[in-house]
Design a protein around this ligand. Sequence first.
Ligand code: ZN
Length: 136
Amino acid sequence: MPEKLVYVKPIEIKEAVMKLGWLKDFGSFNRIPQPFMKINDMEFAEVAKRGIPEYMEYRMVAVTEGDMDDYIPALIYWYNDMGLMIVFDESNLMEFYQLGCQHDYDEKIDDKGRTDLTCKLCGFVDVIYKEEIKEV
Ligand SMILES: [Zn+2]
């Protein structure tokens, strides 16, 4: 379904994301959020194909090259349960990162088909209803 983007202040994105509990440090326009982990393009696609993220951000993040700080462009996609980040180096090669906790879920399914996923590491709770999996 098509969606129109609306402007959201960075502080509002920060508040919304930090409330979810799976990110330690939101970072800033020049700093990468923590924690982050490098992933490959297939792993990136596995998350990105789920749909449109809740928020998107553009940053210029600092990377250290030798003893110099350099700033490179980064796109961040914030989802309910994690973030994805693409960074572009000088030759336009892309690197992919996952942001936030590497969730390790405890799964509880009730008889109505509601699944409660609770992360053992950060406490994040995701609820999946039967309707989200199958058309009714
Ligand atoms: Zn977690």
